[in-house]
Structures are given as structure tokens and as C-alpha cells.
Design a protein around this ligand. Structure first.
Ligand SMILES: Cc1cc2nc3c(=O)[nH]c(=O)nc-3n(C[C@H](O)[C@H](O)[C@H](O)COP(=O)(O)OP(=O)(O)OC[C@H]3O[C@@H](n4cnc5c(N)ncnc54)[C@H](O)[C@@H]3O)c2cc1C
Length: 381
């Protein structure tokens, strides 16, 4: 048995010994509030055993694992039906941002609590007037002595209702005529539990509330909690988005495989699989997922990924999930136990959001058109 296989066994054994029925299969897109307290406790156990920060460099308290081992971990995690992670914003977005752009003091203050999952984070970018056009954020921050004072509103802030901290993109100096609008934005770390912050849940199509409106009314944070230079927050904000993609994508796709397997089982059980059109679509879903997984593994291990790859992968997986959701609705027509019906309805409804968050699919196609195909640039404000 080579070292990687021994590592795989170690992961599998740990999960088998620590995974309990109360968290098995819990959480995920559209089900983020499911068994939250139990999933948080599980995330802390995972952290204490050193699994959460597998990909972090040793110098920052991680295990500096190779890409191969990260993939193995995510494969085993997804195969075992371990719960959806509650700590991913901290571990995969804020942590790496602080390692590359934070000060020594910021790293010392925040990395240990991110690693141990003692502090949860949310992402404060989008606003009612700034989503795809993120440079249009109008939340303002001004210095008052040794503190920043924030006023404005964020929206669609996932998990803000459970977060201790938020990384906020805010305007710290006015837009200057003739200069790019993203100048003058800063990246601030803001404590959520204070009188100046109000979190109001947004009720979603699924009936749940996973994201929120967040209002800053003279909210305060310390002057030294700006990441990168004041006015240079755009660069840091873009870096945070780039860290989000990586080996975890492989685990996500194994989750997709489980979804497909479950739908196949449902279609066999309720007779829908006898319909040639359903059989054809299930088979196509399997083929498309196989291609997506092969592409992802190949591009992750390539010395330099193919041009526009993050956009290509996002377009492929979101289209796949929406297709599976639509197929599930047709399979459900042949009947299903209430629990399965509820799960697939939520899947279908939430999959409508897949083409919006993380940069909408129209924006991804725009990126490919301009940066890969060299088509003329779209008019911008
Ligand atoms: C489930 C979910 C979770 C989210 N979580 C967070 C979070 O935690 N933190 C956070 O900050 N944000 C979050 N968001 C917000 C998300 O980033 C935005 O919804 C997204 O960037 C789109 O912005 P918008 O909703 O303002 O739509 P708009 O930008 O107003 O777009 C509306 C429509 O116009 C299209 N469009 C816009 N510009 C162009 C263009 N240039 N070319 C072609 N078409 C265009 C879009 O594709 C879309 O179809 C989340 C969203 C969802 C759905």
C-alpha cells in the first residue's frame, strides 16, 4: 500500500469512527440550516483532528497536504455522506486571503479561530445595486479615530445569521471622474455581533432562509482591520474569490454522483425508469458528469489550467445540476415517499440559484467571450 492509499484509509477510518447519524447527509445547497448545531460540532471535531486545514501551509498551522491528498480527503468525505461544511467561508476564503494579503497581527488574531471553527465568517460583497457590477458598492466606511465606521446595506449574505465576522467590501474614498470605479474600495473585517449590525433573513423559494440582508448603521471595526492597502480592496476581494475553487470541487462532484445515484434508485423504484425518455436523460446525466469529473481532475493536476477554466467548470456544473433538478421533477411524477419528494423539490428549486451566485452564467460567458475568444469588450460604466 503506498502512502496515499494509507492516507485514504486514515481518512476513511476517522470518518467511520466520528460520523454520527444526526449529521450524516445533512446540509448542502438549499439545506444550510439543517442540523446546524450538530454540523458545527462535527466541523470542530474535524478541525481538532487536523482535517479542516489540510490544504493550509504548515507555516500557517495547516498540514500542507499535496493536491492528491486533498482530492483523496474530499473524495472520502463525500463518499461517506459526511455533512455539508459550515466552516468553508473561513477555511477556503478568508484564511487564504489573510495568509497572502493580511498583516502578521491579522493572521495571529484570526487564523487560529478560523482553523478551530470557533469563529464563523460571511461574505459582504453584494448590495441591492451591486451584484455582477460589484464595483458599484455604496456601503461607506470612514475613519473615526482608531476605528472605521460603516454605513450601508449588503444583501444575499449567506450564513450572516450565524457568522461572527464578515469581510466587507466598502467604499473608503469617493469615485473620481475618469478613474475606474473600483479604486477607493477597501476590504474590511467587521465583527457581526455589535449594535450597528442588523441581520434580516430573506425567505427563499425553498421556504428556508439561508441568506440575509445585512444593515450597517454606524457599525464599527478597528482601524487596523483593513486587509491590503486602504483603497486597494478590489484586488484583495478578487483574490478571495479565486481561492474558493480548488480540490473541494472534486468532493462537490462526488456529491453530484450521489445525487444521480439516488435519482436512478428512485426512478427504478417508482417505475419512471421504464420511460425511454427518462432512461435517456439519466444516461446523459451520467455521461456529462463523467466528462465533468475527468475534466476537473485533469485541469487540477495540469501545470497551468486551460484558459477560462473556472468559467467553463462553473457553466458545466450549474447546467448539469439544473438539468438533474428538472429530470427529478419528471421522475417524481411517478410517485415518491414524502421525504424523497421534499428533498428533490428543494434540489430543483435551489438549483435555480446555481446560475446566479459565484458570478452569474451570463457573466461567465462574458469572461470567456472577451478573455478567451478575444471578442470586443462589452460597454461598461
Ligand atoms: C444562493 C446565493 C448565495 C449568495 N451568497 C452571497 C454571499 O454570501 N455574499 C455576497 O456578497 N453575495 C452573495 N450572493 C449574491 C451573488 O453574488 C449575486 O446574486 C450575483 O453576483 C448576481 O448579482 P445580482 O443578484 O445583483 O444580479 P444582477 O447583477 O443585477 O444581474 C441580473 C441579471 O442580469 C445579468 N447581467 C448582469 N450584468 C450582465 C452583463 N454585464 N452581461 C450579461 N448579463 C448580465 C445577470 O446574469 C442576471 O441574469 C449570493 C447569491 C445567491 C443566489
Amino acid at each position: 500500500m503506498d502512502d496515499d492509499e494509507a492516507f485514504r484509509r486514515e481518512v476513511r477510518d476517522w470518518l467511520a469512527a466520528n460520523l454520527t447519524d444526526e449529521v450524516r447527509g445533512a446540509g448542502g445547497p438549499g439545506r444550510e440550516n439543517e442540523a446546524f448545531a450538530q454540523r458545527l460540532a462535527f466541523a470542530r471535531r474535524l478541525a481538532a483532528a487536523g482535517w479542516s486545514t489540510l490544504a493550509w501551509p504548515v507555516a500557517h498551522g495547516g498540514r500542507g497536504a499535496s493536491l492528491r491528498r486533498q482530492v483523496i480527503f474530499h473524495e472520502e468525505y463525500a463518499e461517506s455522506a459526511a455533512p455539508s461544511r459550515v466552516d468553508h467561508i473561513g477555511i477556503t476564503m478568508v484564511g487564504p486571503t489573510l495568509m497572502d494579503h493580511g498583516t502578521e497581527a491579522q493572521r495571529a488574531r484570526f487564523l487560529p479561530a478560523i482553523a478551530s471553527v470557533d469563529e464563523l465568517w460571511c461574505q459582504g460583497y453584494s448590495e441591492p445595486g451591486a451584484g455582477s457590477d460589484l464595483a458599484g458598492v455604496t456601503t461607506r466606511a470612514r475613519l473615526d479615530g482608531d476605528e472605521w465606521v460603516l454605513t450601508g446595506q449588503k444583501v444575499w449574505t449567506s450564513l450572516a445569521h450565524v457568522a461572527d465576522w464578515c469581510f466587507v467590501l466598502a467604499r473608503t474614498s469617493p469615485v473620481v471622474e475618469g478613474e475606474p470605479r473600483h479604486r477607493g474600495l477597501s476590504y474590511l473585517l467587521v465583527p457581526m455581533r455589535q449594535p450597528g449590525v442588523t441581520v434580516r433573513p430573506i425567505r427563499q423559494l425553498t421556504g428556508d432562509s439561508e441568506f440575509n440582508e445585512v444593515f450597517f448603521d454606524d457599525a464599527r471595526t478597528s482601524a487596523d482591520l483593513v486587509v491590503g492597502r486602504v483603497g486597494d480592496g478590489w484586488r484583495v476581494a478578487m483574490a478571495t474569490l479565486a481561492y474558493e475553487r480548488g480540490a473541494a470541487t472534486v468532493g462537490q462532484q462526488i456529491g453530484f454522483q450521489r445525487d444521480l445515484d439516488d435519482l436512478v434508485a428512485l426512478a427504478r423504484g417508482n417505475g419512471a425508469a421504464a420511460d425511454p425518455a427518462v432512461r435517456d436523460r439519466l444516461t446523459r446525466a451520467w455521461i456529462d458528469l463523467t466528462v465533468l469529473r475527468s475534466h476537473t481532475l485533469r485541469s487540477l493536476s495540469a501545470p497551468s489550467p486551460p484558459p477560462g477554466n473556472p468559467s467553463v467548470v462553473k457553466l458545466l456544473w450549474t447546467r448539469w445540476r439544473q438539468g438533474l433538478g428538472e429530470l427529478a421533477m419528471d421522475v417524481l411524477d411517478a410517485g415518491a415517499p414524502p421525504e424523497a419528494a421534499e428533498r428533490w423539490r428543494k434540489f430543483f428549486l435551489f438549483s435555480r440559484a446555481d446560475t446566479i451566485y459565484g458570478g452569474s452564467n451570463e457573466i461567465q460567458r462574458g469572461i470567456l467571450a472577451e478573455r478567451v475568444l478575444g471578442l470586443p469588450r462589452q460597454a461598461r460604466r
